[in-house]
Design a protein around this ligand. Structure first.
Ligand code: HEC
Length: 443
């Protein structure tokens, strides 16, 4: 775009939306404390998605870990903070963080996945945040067992569900985000109240000072800024239990509506793998290629990841490259000798019960638990052709090049000129690229 048309367009925007313009500017750019390439779905409330390259890391750094918030992020003052435990207990009590930390410290690596991860892929579309793959992350959590906190309060025999409440405040007249989990999962020795994530105190976006960690279960149960635990003799009947976060338990006809009473609250997430590299529609040079990503499961542990290069006709085992325990995700890798051609690369994870990711996705009204086998289309080219596509077709199309019928010496000078202008040509591919240009576009 020329400078003058750029200015003209800005002026036009200014004239029609001058009040909105400054705000739009304040709303752009990276978010403080977050990785610059985070996918921003919403800044208020905070909803950020991890980009695809996050699936190459055994542990997700806090700044790239996805954030999902139903309400604005509260700033909790530790001096005034306490957690209250009440309801169906003999000895209700409140405890500050210093005293809570006197309980035995426990740690685990756990994957947390939003129940709506992958929602944007559903057709027909469903309302809700349009996550692609990255509303999931894998961190090392440290804190205390929820069971220990409950034991101090002395549960009554009537205790059935544990309602979890945070310091966040509902926006407008929307219902407060509150969840309950069944007592069996609550007293599981791996269910925690975490005060640390990857060795550091939680950040405000991730629930400072305390969040619930419910290994294997959807992120909706991992309540942040925890201030209240209410022991109930029934499943909590708030909006986010009785209407939100419910799944029919089976596929339903795409586009249909289902009475929430006919659905159940989401608990365990499903086995799943994501391919981080190569990217969909990538072009690559022949030779040794790497297919890699991460895979995880819910209540039932992950057993294996397989890769297909031929659209699912044949499968080979991928190598698991991390050891993140029962609740963490595992990174995986597959080396292949890529020969020229077009490939439909797939990754399929299977859990310890033998349940594998499906080839077709069943539909549900809120777009939860997306876990169909992912496919990426990749074109493998002879090395020189790949260097040409990757180095020369980024700033302009082939038409600018095709018209030139140059000698080898001229192509050499042309490539040098383009490299001075910013073309990236790997040193070991330059000669092959000049050969390729000379043969393809000769005088
Ligand atoms: C960083 C951006 C960039 C990359 C990458 C790039 N070019 Fe260009 N190239 C340009 C621009 C800009 C022009 C147009 C210049 C003009 O019209 O004045 C151009 C023009 C050309 C032309 C027309 C003749 C000329 O010199 O103006 C040829 C041929 C060409 N490029 C070849 C290549 C080849 C081969 C590669 C890969 C090695 C490549 N380009 C990579 C920016 C790039």
């Amino acid at each position: 775009m020329s400078t003058s048309s750029h200015i003209a367009r800005r002026a036009f925007l200014g004239a029609t939306g001058s009040l909105l313009l400054p705000q739009a500017h304040a709303q752009s750019g990276p978010v403080e404390g977050k990785a610059p390439n985070m996918i921003i779905h919403s800044r208020r409330p905070e909803d950020y998605e991890m980009p695809l390259d996050g699936f190459l890391q055994a542990i997700t750094p806090v700044e790239s870990f996805y954030v999902r918030s139903h309400h604005y992020t509260p700033q909790v003052d530790l001096e005034r903070y306490s957690l209250h435990v009440g309801g169906e207990v003999a000895a209700p009590y409140s405890i500050n963080l210093r005293d809570l930390k006197k309980l035995p410290r426990v740690e685990l690596v756990g994957v947390m996945e939003c129940a709506g991860n992958g929602r944007s892929f559903y057709a027909p579309k469903v309302p809700g945040l349009q996550w692609t793959n990255g509303s999931v992350g894998n961190a090392r959590w440290a804190g205390v067992r929820l069971a220990d906190v409950l034991k101090t309060a002395n549960l009554k025999a009537t205790a059935r569900h544990i309602m979890l409440d945070g310091a966040d405040v509902a926006i407008g007249t929307m219902p407060k985000f509150q969840r309950s989990i069944p007592i069996k999962k609550a007293i599981d020795p791996d269910t925690m109240l975490a005060y640390e994530m990857n060795g550091k105190p939680l950040t405000p976006s991730h629930g400072f000072p305390l969040r619930v960690v419910v290994p294997g279960w959807g992120g909706d149960c991992w309540v942040k800024w925890l201030t209240g635990i209410q022991v109930l003799d029934h499943e909590f009947d708030g909006f986010f239990m009785k209407t939100g976060y419910r799944h029919p338990g089976k596929g339903v006809p795409p586009g249909s509506t289902v009475d929430p009473a006919q659905m159940k609250p989401i608990e365990s997430v499903h086995v799943k793998s994501v391919i981080a590299t190569p990217r969909d529609n990538a072009t690559m040079g022949q030779g040794t290629g790497r297919i890699a990503g991460a895979a995880w499961s819910g209540e039932v542990p992950l057993a294996k990841v397989e890769v297909s290069l031929d659209g699912g006709r044949s499968w080979s085992l991928a190598r698991l490259t991390s050891s993140n325990g029962k609740w963490g995700w595992q990174t995986w890798d597959y080396a292949w000798n890529a020969t020229p051609g077009v490939y439909k690369i797939m990754a399929r994870a299977t859990d310890a019960n033998g349940y594998a990711q499906p080839a077709e996705q069943e539909w549900n009204p809120s777009g939860y638990l997306w876990n169909v086998i992912q496919t990426v289309r990749v074109e493998v080219m002879p090395m020189s052709a790949a260097a040409y596509t990757n180095s020369c077709l980024g700033c302009h199309n082939e038409d600018l090049i095709r018209g030139q019928k140059l000698t080898r010496a001229q192509w050499e000078r042309e490539v040098d000129k383009m490299m001075r202008w910013g073309a990236q040509v790997p040193g070991d591919q330059k000669t092959g690229l000049i050969d390729y240009l000379t043969t393809k576009f000769k005088p």
